[in-house]
Design a protein around this ligand. Structure first.
Ligand code: URA
Length: 511
């Protein structure tokens, strides 16, 4: 549509006393620009939203926009009274105000479009106090902005994806949520960046989004409640939730303030919380007794982590692995990568933040440093098999970042199940252990010490094991000379691994 015609359409409709139909922030922005250009005052404009309110930002076909509705019915009289301003009608708003308007537009209040127009009208007419929280409109704008951001946060925190049985074309994880504001598009973007290539769907009463691992699809409502989710994985989650619930530490009020009760009905754990609260008093008594019993001296029985670990069924795929708890906070399991058979296998510690998102080992900063070391050693990354001792990213939150946390020995032992399978398949002649965790995983010993094995190949289970520094360690070395030195040790280790793979190492000790 020609720009002038567009401006006249919305302005004509308003001048003719017709309501403007607005369904998205983009619609509103276009209409507001037109109205301001023709100096149409806020109190003369009537805004309407699609009946039923929702589906504001979905990509489903939109009904007619404000200008189009107006052009169909505007009267010639209305055109005659319009008084285009001489000045350039382009609307220049500060970025901060634009961001606040865009967020506030997601707030489900009946007069949102009229309110936003009043704000920009005031701003355009030099009344910049409108952005201040001390102003009546400004305070409301701030409150709407905050309400939308809180809702986004709640949706990130309280949405629960349920795993679906594998079915061609169907999303792997499905979640139901009833947002109070129109935050689905931005929340969908959040999960696109968190869940990598795993497919998922989020359904809400007004709209749904589907991520197929590569593209985000917006659709209309697909489900009417969480009851439409038939969840085989939920029993597992409830068992886990019950097991971490400590009745002695229950503070029902805090529990309610952490998980507002409006979310309970759609959270699997919401169903068991009331029951657990009612059992808490008895539970606390039992715990008190247990403490007293615990103070009596007993006999300590030495037991290895492997013995203490509960027996679990062998998982058939890495994605299904629940041998330790790390899967819960990781985006996905990250398996090894490389040729089916390779003479050299490089074993790292665990995927980092970027590997967790990408689903591939060594693609982040440590991976980049490893690439340089491999190139310096004349080793082609495509010819080696790259994997990690632990296949899920272990981290702790630090502000908005996920900070790497060293895996515990029991997690390394639980994951040895997968490393053993990789070794059996790839059958490398040489394993390069990158750092201490990898060395312990490869040797199966929690006593292996990195500095004793640097530059000293070890014969283990019929293969050579070469130890080098972990690339993340080299990245952290503060001093330039020491960093260079650590890098030289790494390159030398990789060269040694090539010689050993070519049968040029020290004489192989008798088995
Ligand atoms: N560090 C590791 O040990 N492995 C990776 O895949 C990435 C960083």
């Amino acid at each position: 549509m020609d720009g002038t015609a567009g401006r006249i359409n919305a302005a004509v409709a308003a001048a003719a006393g017709q309501p403007l139909l607005v369904q998205s922030f983009a619609d509103w922005r276009e209409a507001a620009r037109e109205l301001l250009a023709f100096e149409i005052a806020p109190h003369t404009v009537k805004w309407i939203t699609h009946e039923g309110g929702g589906d504001l930002f979905s990509a489903a076909p939109q009904p007619q926009s404000a200008p189009a509705v107006a052009s169909a019915t505007a009267s010639a009289d209305a055109i005659a009274v319009l008084n285009p301003r001489k000045a350039n009608p382009t609307l220049h708003l500060p970025r901060k105000l634009m961001d606040m308007l865009a967020s506030a537009a997601c707030c489900r209040v009946a007069d949102r479009w009229a309110f936003l127009y009043r704000v920009v009208w005031r701003w355009q007419h030099g009344d910049q106090v409108v952005m201040s929280a001390a102003d009546e409109d400004g305070s409301r704008l701030h409150a709407m902005f905050k309400a939308v951001h809180r809702e986004e946060h709640d949706m990130h925190a309280y949405i629960r994806f349920r795993e679906r049985p594998e079915e061609a074309g169907a999303p792997r994880f499905v979640a139901w949520f009833e947002p109070s504001h129109d935050v689905l598009p931005q929340v969908a973007q959040h999960f696109v960046s968190r869940m990598g290539r795993i497919s998922w769907m989020i359904a809400t009463p007004d709209a749904s989004v589907l991520w197929d691992g590569a593209t985000l699809h917006n659709t209309g409502p697909l489900m009417s409640s969480s009851a439409d989710l038939d969840d085989p994985g939920e029993a597992l989650w409830l068992t886990y939730y019950r097991s971490i619930f400590n009745p002695a530490r229950l503070n029902a009020q805090r529990l309610q303030s952490h998980i507002p009760s409006r979310f309970w009905k759609n959270l699997p754990e919401g169903a068991v919380v009331p029951e657990m609260i009612s059992q808490a008093a008895a539970g606390a008594r039992r715990t008190g007794q247990a403490e007293a019993v615990g103070q009596r001296r007993g006999t300590t029985i030495a037991i290895t982590p492997a013995q203490a670990q509960p027996r679990r069924d062998a998982p058939s795929t890495l994605d299904q692995c629940r041998r330790c708890e790390l899967w819960q906070h990781a985006t996905q399991a990250v398996g090894g990568e490389g040729p089916q058979r390779a003479r050299i296998m490089l074993v790292g510690e665990q995927p980092g933040d970027q590997e967790d998102l990408a689903g591939q080992p060594f693609v982040g900063p440590a991976g980049k440093l490893l690439d340089v070391a491999l190139a310096d050693a004349g080793l082609d990354r495509r010819t080696v098999y790259l994997t990690n001792a632990v296949k899920h990213f272990k981290w702790e939150p630090r502000g908005k970042r996920r900070l790497h946390k060293t895996p515990a020995q029991r997690e390394v032992e639980a994951c040895a199940y997968w490393l053993d399978q990789e070794l059996a398949q790839v059958q490398p002649d040489v394993i390069v252990a990158l750092g201490s965790t990898a060395l312990k995983a490869v040797l199966g010993s929690s006593h292996a010490v990195l500095k004793d094995t640097l530059g000293q190949p070890i014969r283990h289970n019929g293969r050579w094991v070469v130890t080098v520094y972990h690339p993340s360690f080299i990245l952290r070395v503060p001093d330039d000379a020491a960093k260079k030195n650590a890098m030289a040790v790494m390159v030398a280790g990789l060269k040694l691994a090539q010689q050993l793979a070519a049968g040029q190492g020290p004489a192989t000790p008798a088995p």
